[in-house]
Design a protein around this ligand. Structure first.
Ligand SMILES: NC(=O)c1ccc[n+]([C@@H]2O[C@H](COP(=O)([O-])OP(=O)(O)OC[C@H]3O[C@@H](n4cnc5c(N)ncnc54)[C@H](O)[C@@H]3O)[C@@H](O)[C@H]2O)c1
Length: 365
């Protein structure tokens, strides 16, 4: 097991990464949970696999333990789920000294973080991410949130956990499509800040896809890039915006497909493809770089195409994105290896033409 200090927020917190950490989860967390009332927010599939391993030991070491099962799927990152979790916390008399433990992917992490940050104006939370996407990205950085109507992450807060525990053994039960989706965010980190990640993904494609490679390195690389960026801008007012590379298109695609066609990481991969095309059309990246990114994403995501994108609907959804100013869509554009810029003032015509080209080129009809 390795312990890493994450220096974001008011108090740095520990991130533990390794294998078989769930076996001793009660002792790993004991300083923080023993004699406390603990409320676990857990993904339904994760509960099926890990109930014996997680819930039982936690029960023995806490003064009270109950749990809420979040149904799988992005559409459950909703105000309805939030409300019913709140009701359970209130009915069971959880108080300011209670601790929430989030066990699942990014959906559970974002939801539980939002619950923890708002229940009684904030109670402690520990994240145990169980998808590769949540391990490389969503479990650190402090963004919490739920979707509202068709708007992705419209309601949310910034709120940091007390601990993050990454047991990479949990990935053994993660289905292939869910596992591969994480490479959307991993490729994003490579494009943003570490070209060697992209070369590694290209070179070791078979090993990554067959999961025959140790993932600790790539998880820690992504986390360290995120930490470094978030430390400089915790609340997304400046440099943190670059973490949204590919996400303007991705969130628009998720919203226009009612959060039901693509996993978030897949939408990010498609978003990275289209935004690279946009940069290429604006002559901001070379043909070689564009082709390299295109080839890499197609390699990892050959299965997500075709998905139908309605150009007008997508543009309308992107106009509503909370990151925009004055109806002008904000994009993070790649400028080349490890370089990006925040950009407004791109004509709607250029954006629509790029989506149409992408539709034809990637056969996303
Ligand atoms: N807060 C942030 O900074 C941040 C960053 C990136 C993404 N996100 C959010 O994360 C979400 C996507 O997260 P995700 O990709 O983890 O999806 P997810 O939480 O929906 O999980 C994907 C699927 O995997 C299943 N699952 C989870 N762990 C499993 C395991 N160990 N074994 C078997 N099945 C398992 C779940 O039941 C689900 O069906 C999106 O809502 C996105 O907006 C947040």
């Amino acid at each position: 097991m390795k312990e890493v200090k994450i220096s974001i927020g008011k108090e740095p917190y520990s991130l533990y990464i390794g294998t078989n950490l769930l076996e001793d989860i009660d002792s790993l967390l004991s300083s923080h949970i023993s004699e406390k009332s603990v409320f676990v927010i857990i993904d339904e599939n994760v509960l099926n696999y890990y109930e014996e391993k997680i819930i039982k030991p936690l029960k023995n070491n806490t003064s009270k333990l109950s749990y809420y099962i979040v149904q799988s799927g992005e559409k459950n990152k909703s105000i309805k789920t939030y409300q019913s979790i709140m009701e359970k916390l209130i009915d069971n008399k959880y108080n300011r000294n209670s601790v929430i433990i989030a066990i699942g992917g990014g959906v559970v992490g974002d939801m539980a973080g939002f619950v923890a940050s708002t229940y009684m104006r904030g109670i402690d939370i520990i994240h145990i991410p169980t998808t590769l996407l949540a391990q490389v990205d969503s479990s650190i950085g402090g963004k919490t949130g739920i979707n509202y109507s068709r708007f992705k992450n419209l309601i949310g807060t910034f709120y940091h956990p007390k601990f993050v525990v990454i047991d990479t053994n949990t990935l053994n039960t993660l289905p292939n499509r869910e596992y591969k989706a994480a490479f959307g965010e991993i490729i994003k980190y490579g494009m943003l800040a570490d070209y060697t990640i992209l070369l590694d993904l290209e070179k070791n494609f078979e090993e990554y896809i067959s999961r025959s490679i140790n993932l600790d390195n790539i998880i820690l690389k992504c986390i360290q890039i995120k930490e470094e960026i978030v430390m400089r801008d915790e609340t997304d007012l400046g440099v943190r915006k670059i973490l949204n590379l590919g996400h303007t298109f991705a969130h628009g695609i998720e919203s226009t497909t009612e959060f039901s066609k693509l996993f978030h990481g897949e939408a990010v991969a498609l978003g990275l493809l289209i935004v690279s095309k946009l940069s290429f059309n604006l002559k901001l990246i070379t043909e070689d770089y564009y082709k390299f990114i295109h080839k890499l994403i197609k390699k990892y995501f050959n299965n997500i195409f075709p998905v139908s994108i309605n150009t007008d609907e997508l543009v309308n959804a992107m106009v509503m994105d909370k990151k925009n100013k004055c109806n002008d869509i904000t994009f993070i554009l790649p400028l080349g290896k490890e370089k990006t810029k925040v950009c407004n003032n791109i004509s709607i015509e250029t954006i629509k033409n790029t989506i149409l080209e992408a539709n034809n080129e990637y056969s996303c009809k």
